[in-house]
Design a protein around this ligand. Structure first.
Ligand SMILES: [Zn+2]
Length: 295
């Protein structure tokens, strides 16, 4: 009797461990940094828009009377921080009804599958990301070399350029900004407080992640043309305040310190945006030069 119980415990332990080992092997985040994993005090940005990400992995919560929208989820381990941040602000994690992402890389998709399971929210993504979502990143033209880097997840709705995402009184427009990934995208919407309305741009900046010459990327033949398209499109967006997928990209830590009073105007920064896009234009041109030199 006792021996049987012991045997069962042993079998259970072996099974649990092996299933853990399989899971751990299946999803492997290639790298993390302390900026990505460090916690950060959540805060109200403007109207019903809140910052709920880590120190550098930007995640945004948009609240409505009909439930909330979460944009980006950081790494797998960021899920717990995002939940704490949302609850610290006085909102319910379970009220997330829609999940969005600016790009299908593991540092924004890490906790997506888990948060979707926990909240039952609808995941809506740019249709061009659906394939990489299904493979957990292993079919990405560049990061695919690391294998499965986030838990695969099935979207509930596929979005096209210019599509509107609606919840309660909110309307977000999805802007297709490919290059960094095939379906990288930005979101444009308006939030209001008792004094002002703000046109908000959450921009996915088209940084270059590959050292392979563009012409040699067989799984993404349109990559160079996509960067040209995105850089041009991003120069022509009008907005009042702007944000990005990483806090460092829009200099969050220069604009806001933990505990600062509510001040949406601190994110009015057309000049900073123009400089960022100008730098990316240069990065693209330098890439074409180094591609040519590598022949
Ligand atoms: Zn990325």
């Amino acid at each position: 009797m006792f021996r049987d119980t012991l045997k069962n415990i042993l079998i259970f332990a072996i099974l649990s461990f092996s299933s853990y080992a399989v899971t751990a092997q299946k999803v492997k985040e290639p790298k993390t940094t302390t900026e990505w994993t460090a916690p950060y005090q959540p805060f109200r940005i403007a109207g019903n828009l809140y910052y709920v990400g880590t120190y550098d992995l930007a995640c945004y919560l948009i609240t409505t009377p009909q439930g909330n929208i979460l944009i980006n989820t950081g790494l797998a381990a960021s899920g717990e921080q995002i939940r704490n941040n949302i609850e610290t602000l006085g909102f319910k994690f379970a009220d997330i009804k829609i999940l969005l992402t600016t790009q299908a890389h593991y540092d924004h998709m890490g906790a997506m599958a888990a948060i979707k399971k926990m909240t039952g929210a609808q995941l809506m993504v740019n249709e061009k990301e659906a394939d990489v979502l299904a493979t957990g990143g292993s079919s990405d033209y560049e990061l695919g070399k690391y294998g499965t880097s986030f838990e695969p997840v099935k979207p509930d709705r596929l979005l096209k350029d210019g599509d509107t995402i609606r919840l309660g009184d909110m309307q977000l427009v999805m802007l297709h900004h490919p290059g960094h990934t095939k379906g990288s995208c930005s979101f444009l919407f308006t939030v209001s407080d008792e004094h002002h309305s703000y046109r908000v741009l959450i921009a996915n900046l088209p940084t270059i992640v590959t050292e392979t010459p563009f012409n040699n990327i067989r799984s993404y033949p349109a990559i160079a043309a996509d960067y040209v398209y995105t850089l041009r499109a991003m120069k022509n967006i009008s907005f009042d305040i702007w944000f990005a997928s990483h806090a460092s990209q829009f200099k969050l830590h220069d604009k806001h310190k933990p505990g600062d009073a509510y001040n949406p105007a601190s994110f009015k920064d057309q000049a900073g945006y123009d400089i960022a896009i100008g730098d990316l234009q240069k990065q693209y041109e330098n890439k074409l030069v180094s591609d040519r030199d590598s022949h």
